[in-house]
Every structure is written in C-alpha cells, then in structure tokens.
Ligand binder design. Structure first.
Ligand SMILES: Cc1ncc(COP(=O)(O)O)c(C=O)c1O
Length: 450
C-alpha cells in the first residue's frame, strides 16, 4: 500500500497488526481505515497535554482526546501521581478500599440522578448493566433506545430482522453473533420527536423496561423535548436512563442532566470520568438501584482501585480547575476561529453546537452522482488528511480537554484554514479524488444525536 513517508513506521506496524489483530484496533472509531490511512498517524509513542507524538517522531495537536476519555489532558500529572501512589499501595486485593466509598459519595454529590452507585470498566458494559437493572426492577424485557450504547447483545439486537441501527450507528451492521431470539427486544426511537416515543410506549404498553438515550451531544435538544421524555417515562411507568458516556462532565460536572435540568432515574458515566483509566459508573435513584443487591451483577475488576482513584482525582481536579468554564471559553474561541477559516476558504462549513462540546459540519450539495453520503466521506477524509499533514489530529467530531489552550487553537485554525481551502478547491474543480492521497474513509460513525 502506498503511503506518505512521514508515517512509514506507523504503516509497517499496521501491516504487522493486520496479520494478528482482526480489525487492527479494539475500538472501531480508532481504526486507521476510518481516518486517512497512509497519511494520518496510527501508532503513538507518547501523549502529553493536548499533544501526541507518533512512532515516526511527528508531533500533533490532538482534538480527539482519545475519543473522549481524556478530559484533563494526556498524562495529567495530578491524576497520574494519584494512580502511581495507588499502584505502590496495591491495585486490587482481597478486600475493597475506602476510596470506593468516597467515589460513590462524590458521584452522589455531583450528579442529580445519583443516590446509589455501581461501578464497571467500560461504557458499553455499564449500559448493559443499566439495562439489566431496568429489566430486573420492572420484570419487563423490551428496551426503547436512541443513540449509541456500545457493543453488547441487548443493543445490536435492534438490527435483527431489519437495519434499525443505521440512524444511530453505522450503516450496514450485521448483528453477527447476536442471538436471533432477541429480535424485537430493542426498539429505536428518533431523537427530538416525543410523539414518536409516545406511539411506541402506547404500542408496547406494559412491556418496556426502560428508555435509554444520549440526552444530547453537540447541540441542545429541541425546547421542552427532554422534559416531555421525562414525563412520558413517568406516565408509562418506564425507567428513564441517560447514557452520559459521551456527554458526561464536559457540559456540567453533574452531566448533561444538570446542564439541561432534566433528571433521569438512572444514568451511565464512563470515558471522561477517569481521564484515561478504565472506569465506569451506573448511578440512579435509591429504589431503582437498591434491588441490584439481589441481582447477579458482579465482576472481579470492578473493585480495582486504579480506576476508582483516577476517577476521584479527575472529578476533584475538574472542579478545582473550573473545567466547564475552560471548555466554554476554549470551545467558543475554537468555533470562532474555525468559522472564520471556513469563510476565508469560501467553504460552506461551520463549527456548531454548544461551546463546551462543538462539532464541525460540511454542508455539501449532492455529489456528481447525487450521492451526498459518499461525498461527505470524501470530504471528511480529505479534512483529516490535510489536518494530519499540518500536524493536527482533527475530524469533524472531537472532544475538548483542559490542556487545549489558545496556542493550540491558533495553530489548529491556521492548519484548518489551509485544509478547508484545499477542500473548497477540490469541490469547485471537481478534483477531490486527485487531492486524496489515501483511500476514502469507511462509513462514518453516524449518530442520531449530534
Ligand atoms: C453514548 C455512549 N455510550 C456508550 C459508549 C460505549 O462506551 P465504551 O466504548 O467505553 O464501551 C459510547 C462510546 O463511544 C458512547 O459514546
């Protein structure tokens, strides 16, 4: 495969990985085929603050923040010191540690829906736990969902029989390995349409265990929408779960639920909770969570102290550093810079959404063959390629962290101005294919909640 000599070592490792690791990475969003394969870096040697160094020695300003987990910055000295001290004391033993109680108390203090707390290690795993709890508490099987909730059977079951996940996840996912008997157990609903949700609740009255949804991503929900969802869940006696794996801690320390003023019955947090150490929490009202004592919800590493201490330290540091105010300030600056860059480049693109968690959109007319989705993939790939060539890891979706500063914004805006000028030229002259030095990115990680 041809590639830019700047990423020669990354590409060598990639070829080796293809022989021994199916899919190459463990997270689909980290797959090199979803970036600009052959131009953008694949393997890191080090990351610090908001910067990553790849195995070829190139330095990048990174906006992906590890696909969400990094909220204070890579290798944060305070969190890492706490983790190192914990390692010296012991990572896990036959007993549990006081920090497990302290973290639960901290989550109860910070998160509106939290009265009791259970831990796990990943976002998808924690969503599966929340669904199990909801099914256990209600004695019902069916789940209504909106957004992305991980890789487990309960969720991918939505695609059995028909491709129902395509508006919430990738197009064309085959639920390979998911038991066919789960067909009909997970039913999607469209974001922003309370009427559609009520129709489903009415049609399946008495059968729904929970509504699980991402409360928001970059854009605020339509006025009154989440309040209506809250009200519907209460009226139909269904447990409302907010999946805050991606929204948690950037909009408000108490999550999107605090930011938006709508309190679910249960919530799921992971990723940014611990600044890069595996950790997740399912939190909820006492009457929903207390029955977990009688359910088989149990795993050895859920008691490990590394994740607990990383999370405790991360939450305290977010508060001490006034992280949310930082995200709002840096996010606003970033949006302003990117929007000016788009105007300068004459490109119909925009950085949109709330300041603390914005996203970039390209407004594209139909491609030459009328296929806007294909054109979107080309433009995204070219954007990632051109940014990488200029020392920036930035795709249309990204996550801010506390290490992003004015200098990183300035550097990035200069790179993006040139990247956008290249895209504008390619669109104007119909030369996108010639400008791409790599294969077009495979299907976007599409989500209904933007
Ligand atoms: C909203 C949401 N839920 C669940 C998950 C799955 O989390 P994990 O990849 O840690 O299993 C993600 C990951 O992107 C997510 O954004």
């Amino acid at each position: 495969m041809t590639h830019d000599h700047r990423v020669a070592r990354s590409m060598q490792l990639y070829e080796r990985a293809r022989q021994v690791i199916p899919g190459v990475t463990q997270l689909i969003s980290r797959r090199p085929t979803r970036a600009a394969l052959g131009v953008s870096p694949i393997y890191a040697s080090q990351a610090r603050g908001c910067r990553i160094w790849d195995v070829d020695g190139n330095e990048y300003v990174d906006w992906t923040s590890g696909v969400g987990p990094i909220i204070l910055g890579y290798a944060d000295p305070v969190v890492d010191a706490a983790v190192k001290a914990q390692i010296d004391r012991c990572s896990i033993s036959s007993l549990v540690e006081e920090s497990a109680v302290e973290l639960a108390e901290e989550l109860v203090r910070l998160i509106p829906s939290a009265e009791m707390v259970r831990y796990s290690k990943g976002g998808g795993e924690a969503c599966a736990m929340a669904v199990r709890i909801a099914r256990g508490v209600t004695g019902r099987d069916r789940v209504l969902f909106c957004g992305y909730h991980g890789w487990h059977d309960w969720y991918l079951a939505a695609n059995l029989g028909a491709e129902r996940l395509k508006d919430h996840l990738f197009n064309g996912i085959e639920p390979i390995g998911v038991p066919r008997c789960l067909e009909g157990s997970a039913i999607p609903f469209p974001y922003g349409d309370a009427g559609a949700l009520e129709d489903l609740l009415r049609r399946h009255d008495g059968q729904i265990a929970c509504i699980i949804m991402e409360p928001m991503r970059t854009e605020r929900p339509p006025e009154g929408y989440l309040e209506e969802v809250r009200d519907l869940a209460t009226r139909y006696g269904v447990i409302l779960v907010f999946d805050e794996v991606s929204s948690g801690f950037r909009l408000a320390l108490g999550g999107a639920q605090q930011y938006l003023g709508v309190t679910p019955d249960m919530s799921v947090f992971a990723k940014a909770i611990s600044n890069g150490y595996p950790m997740a929490a399912v939190v909820g009202r006492r009457d929903v969570m207390a029955p977990v004592e009688r359910m088989f919800v149990s795993s050895a590493y859920w008691d490990d102290s590394i994740g607990v201490v990383a999370a405790l330290t991360t939450l305290r540091e977010l508060e001490r550093r006034q992280a949310v105010a930082h995200f709002e300030r840096i996010g606003a600056l970033f949006k302003e810079g990117i929007n000016q860059a788009a105007r300068d480049a004459g490109l119909d693109a925009e950085c949109v959404g709330v300041d603390a968690h914005p996203g970039i959109r390209f407004y594209l007319a139909d491609g030459s063959n009328g296929d806007t989705a294909a054109l979107q993939l080309k433009v995204n790939t070219l954007f990632i390629q051109e940014n990488a060539r200029r020392g920036v890891i930035l795709a249309p979706g990204f996550f801010l962290n506390c290490a992003h500063d004015e200098a990183a914004v300035r550097f990035t805006v200069e790179a993006v101005r040139e990247s956008m000028a290249t895209i504008a030229r390619g669109l104007r002259q119909g030369t996108l294919d010639q400008l791409l030095q790599c294969e077009v990115q495979q299907e976007l990680f599409r989500r209904l909640v933007r």
